[in-house]
Design a binder for this molecule. Structure first.
Ligand SMILES: [Ca+2]
Ligand SMILES: [Ca+2]
Ligand SMILES: [Ca+2]
Ligand SMILES: [Ca+2]
Length: 264
């Protein structure tokens, strides 16, 4: 930027100098052209940063050599245009969430968020999955504008206990950042125990000794923890049989018993 002031006086009373209001970014370089005319160039002297200062108001003063000196001033407004010099930054590197396995479709899982110090499209962020197993892509949807992850398909703890995926935030100028999302499913009691007759000795001779193994029953519950623990197994009607519990491998043996009552 250059400035040229006119002073119709001659000699010492003509234009002598330029001054610029004090500021950290701009300086004046005063040059002379043929005939002794002076002009000033406004020169950038330090890297600008719109994110810390986005506009300046400078005052340029021109002085003549008279006594007292006469001055003329001009205001210079400078607006700094944004450059995309900041990538998006996620508020967390890792988003770890726990989710009930029976969370209905459309449930919100987590909202990832990235900020960007730039302006306009340089700060406009689009979210997408950058690294995600196909199994997780089928189950979750990510809102490209708001970063919200929602349940897209019914989940099942018994099938998959958790998912890990990477989310990318990309600003309008193409700078990117990544974060990790870890979703752990919480087991719910959504499976009833299954009773399977593994083997049965039938018919049974009437003189079978007490304690003879009659049938092998397998009881299984697909849930975990207490939800999958078999707390009791019994015969509904009074029969001359009992079920002793062998905790190991949840196997139940039905054997002949001298007393006619069921046992836990
Ligand atoms: Ca940016
Ligand atoms: Ca910027
Ligand atoms: Ca389930
Ligand atoms: Ca379950």
């Amino acid at each position: 930027m250059w400035s040229n002031s006119e002073d119709p006086d001659l000699g010492v009373n003509s234009l002598q100098d330029y001054n610029l209001s004090t500021n950290p970014y701009f300086i004046l370089e005063v040059r002379e052209i043929e005939g002794g005319k002076k002009y000033a160039e406004l020169v950038l002297n330090k890297q600008l940063d719109r994110e810390s200062e986005s506009s300046f108001q400078l005052i340029l003063t021109a002085l003549d050599g008279g006594k007292p000196a006469k001055t003329g001033t001009a205001k210079i407004w400078i607006t700094v245009i944004d450059a995309n010099d900041n990538p998006p930054v996620f508020t967390q590197k890792v988003y770890a969430v726990k989710l009930k396995e029976n969370a209905p479709k459309g449930s919100s899982v987590v909202q990832v968020k990235a900020t960007d110090r730039d302006d306009g499209s340089n700060a406009q962020i689009n979210y997408s999955f950058s690294n995600i197993p196909e199994s997780a892509r089928q189950k979750f949807h990510l809102g490209s504008q708001d970063g919200t992850i929602i349940v897209k398909e019914i989940l099942d703890f018994e099938e998959t206990e958790g998912y890990v995926m990477a989310v990318e935030a990309r600003d309008g100028g193409g700078l990117v950042a990544h974060c990790k999302v870890e979703i752990s499913l919480l087991d719910e009691n959504d499976n009833a125990p299954e009773v399977i007759l593994a083997s049965l000795s039938s018919p049974i001779p009437e003189d079978s000794a007490v304690g003879t193994l009659v049938a092998l029953i397998n009881v299984n519950d697909r849930d975990s923890g207490d939800n999958g623990k078999i707390v009791s197994c019994y015969l509904k009607n009074d029969q001359p049989f009992k079920i002793p519990i062998y905790i190991l491998s949840l196997l139940y043996f039905l054997s002949l018993h001298p007393h006619c009552f069921p046992e836990l």
